[in-house]
Write a protein that binds this ligand. Structure first.
Ligand SMILES: Cc1cc2nc3c(=O)[nH]c(=O)nc-3n(C[C@H](O)[C@H](O)[C@H](O)COP(=O)(O)O)c2cc1C
Length: 383
């Protein structure tokens, strides 16, 4: 009897040991989340983002692969991947609370030009992240490198212009691909499973090394503000624009500088009146009409005063001397009362190339907030 008891105990111990080792083996092989099946297309990505502390579960055992990801959440993921650096400034988003789980990340993302918000003071903290937004944000995080134009999607025309380079880049680098039917689905929400896949593709593409924090000074180093100014108004606007965008600035200086008397259009026979009356005199030569590192810029803002309803002609030589192919061009002007009129269209025609966006007219002395709100309204500088 005693022996039988001993045998039973031994058998029980063996059975328990066996059960434990089977359970341990099963846990090592699954994803660790009850809602992520081992065979799911996103299982490996979920395991990768979990193991690399990029994303965690939504509860004790759930990952919620089909749930949306908020914009604040992506900021937090990238901020952590960059080592949670010190954040010195607040971007002042009106929908971002102080001291919240996302506050530092959101300010860091804005400071580095990775996520600049909607332009109306809102970050869209809880808004679901769309596919074109995550493409753009990752592209900026990686340094806004250009990629050759990739395959065209059936819904290509619905991709926002600000996201178009980014979509080419994510596609060229195998970070995102289309959906069945050759759709990119740019406005579709990126689910957590998709975000895990995109992040895992991106991190593995960049050798799993998190990107260094982008240098805010260089965040818009691909933007150039070129301007001509007769009496300083356009210059002041151009300087504010360049400063706000951290862009380079290039003054168009006539070889034969305009004096105050030259600019006095109320005096008949003054230089501007003569040039106005005789189109042949409007070929104003510039000290330098070309920009040495022109190919570095993908966006060029051109500023000028309005003269008799059109762009002051000293900008013409700049427009005629440079190749705008592949560049986004945004005209802006200052004037006493006239609107932008057709000045932008006429310059675009003169250039013959480039993607010319609708421009903007400022009063003679625009304020910093006038400048800021115009820039915020431009999709190209938002996301
Ligand atoms: C020759 C000349 C023509 C002008 N024509 C117009 C005009 O047609 N409409 C207008 O609103 N302002 C006109 N202005 C005013 C300027 O557009 C305005 O003062 C502008 O801010 C000057 O910019 P700047 O200081 O950069 O030269 C004209 C100014 C000059 C000198």
């Amino acid at each position: 009897m005693k022996n039988l008891k001993k045998l039973l105990c031994l058998l029980l111990a063996v059975i328990m040991l066996l059960a434990m080792s089977i359970k341990a083996f099963a846990a090592a092989g699954d994803t660790g989340f009850s809602d992520v099946a081992q065979g799911a297309w996103y299982a490996a990505a979920v395991t990768y983002v979990r193991d690399n502390n990029l994303m965690s579960g939504t509860g004790d055992t759930a990952f919620s692969p089909n749930a949306n990801t908020s914009r604040a959440m992506l900021a937090v993921i990238l901020y952590r991947a960059s080592g949670s650096p010190e954040v010195s400034s607040s971007a002042g988003f009106t929908d971002a609370a102080d001291g919240a789980w996302y506050t530092d990340a959101v300010n860091w993302a804005a400071e580095g030009g990775i996520i600049s918000g909607y332009g109306n003071g809102l970050f869209g903290i809880n808004d679901p992240l769309t596919r074109e937004q995550i493409a753009t944000i990752l592209w900026r995080y990686a340094g806004s490198n250009s990629a050759s134009e990739a395959q065209s999607f059936a819904d290509e025309s619905t991709i926002a212009s600000y996201a178009s380079d980014a979509v080419d880049w994510v596609q060229a680098n195998g970070i995102m691909s289309g959906k069945p039917g050759n759709f990119f689905d740019p406005k579709g929400n990126a689910t957590r499973a998709e975000v895990a896949t995109i992040l895992s593709n991106y991190m593995q593409m960049s050798s799993a090394e998190p990107e260094p924090t982008p240098d805010p000074e260089g965040s818009n180093s691909r933007v150039l503000v070129a301007y001509f100014s007769g009496s300083g108004n356009t210059e002041a606007a151009a300087e504010m624009i360049a400063e706000t965008l951290d862009a380079d600035i290039f003054e168009l200086v006539p070889a034969d500088a305009y004096t105050e008397a030259d600019l006095n259009w109320t005096v008949s026979g003054s230089r501007v009146n003569r040039e106005h009356d005789n189109e042949a005199l409007r070929n104003v030569e510039l000290v330098t009409a070309t920009v040495s590192n022109w190919e570095d810029y993908d966006t060029v803002l051109i500023g000028y005063p309005i003269w008799w309803g059109i762009a002051a002609w000293p900008v013409n030589e700049f427009v005629l001397s440079n190749d705008f192919t592949g560049k986004t061009v945004i005209p802006f002007c200052t004037s006493a009362s006239s609107g932008l009129g057709q000045s932008g269209e006429l310059l675009a025609e003169m250039a013959g190339d480039g993607n010319w966006l609708e421009g903007h007219r400022f009063s003679e002395r625009p304020s910093q907030s006038d400048i800021q709100s115009w820039l915020n309204s431009l999709e190209i500088f938002g996301e």
